[in-house]
Design a protein around this ligand. Structure first.
Ligand code: NAI
Length: 246
């Protein structure tokens, strides 16, 4: 069996103090990478990094703020070395039907889910371009492919992330920087635990494999896309949803 080896690589994983981002950080560390644990709250990020152990470095940053991203990237590069792998995982929902959707909730979702990726990609690719090597993995959602009632802002941000990824994949291919998306379906995390029982049951009925996804299911896909096994894949969207959207 081929095992994935990321030793000697440095990853920067946004929103990795919990949920899917945390599972990705854990999987990368287990594969031998060093990982920048990026959360909005610096103290929490440092705490999580300390619990993850050697090779993890916690840093605070709101990805929606360009200057904070620049500082966080510089700090991680100083602590761990040049960033080889960027995972844009930070994201949030502010659900409402369009008629009731406030401009504030539109902007908050766009800022975290889409503008955040613009800031991080622009910052880390400076070094990646010089080194002519890099992997970027953007966590979108099946909702970005299908749309969803009550999630116009979220779906637009996630569809936007796919457009951003495909454009950047074309721009950076000649520099050997590979850019892909993962579109998870319904994964059990704090984000989805808030859903009412009825909505969860209805969603479960639509999943061909008959179970909700776990953060580790998404982490496995990220591990593959970050590895040498995925060296000929760029500009793609890998759907990890147990057959919810077929
Ligand atoms: P989560 O809410 O447990 O984790 C998201 C993390 O991102 C949190 O730690 C949060 O503080 C952080 N974050 C949010 N805005 C930020 C900002 N501006 N700057 C820095 N950090 C910020 O959610 P979960 O479920 O782990 O989601 C991770 C990603 O996966 C998100 O992008 C989400 O949209 C996406 N996703 C999740 C699905 C699910 O079913 N849970 C399905 C499809 C996509």
């Amino acid at each position: 069996m081929t095992t994935i080896d990321l030793s000697g690589r440095v990853a920067f994983v946004t929103g990795s103090t919990r949920g899917i981002g945390h599972a990705i950080a854990e999987a990368f560390l287990r594969a031998g990478a060093e990982v920048g644990i990026v959360g909005r709250d610096a103290a929490r990020a440092q705490e999580v990094a300390a619990a993850l152990g050697a090779g993890a470095h916690g840093v605070g940053c709101d990805v929606a703020e360009g200057e904070q991203v620049e500082r966080a990237v510089a700090e991680v590069e100083e602590a761990l070395g040049p960033i080889d792998i960027l995972v844009n995982n930070a994201g949030l929902t502010r659900d409402n039907i369009l008629l009731r959707l406030s401009e504030e909730d539109w902007d908050a979702v766009m800022a975290a889910n889409l503008k955040g990726a613009f800031h991080t990609i622009r910052t880390v690719t400076r070094g990646m371009m010089k080194r002519r090597s890099g992997r970027i993995i953007n966590i979108t959602s099946v909702v970005g492919l299908t749309g969803n009632r009550g999630q116009a802002n979220y779906a637009a941000s996630k569809a936007g992330l796919i457009g951003l990824s495909k454009s950047v994949a074309k721009e950076y291919a000649s520099r050997n920087i590979l850019v892909n998306c993962i579109a998870p379906g319904f994964i059990e995390t704090d984000m989805t635990r808030a859903l009412p029982e009825e909505a969860r049951d209805a969603l479960l009925g639509s999943i061909a494999l008959g179970r909700l996804g776990q953060p580790e299911d998404v982490a496995s896909a990220a591990l593959f896309l970050a590895s040498d096994l995925a060296g000929y894949i760029t500009g793609q969207v890998l759907v990890v949803d147990g057959g919810m959207v077929i």
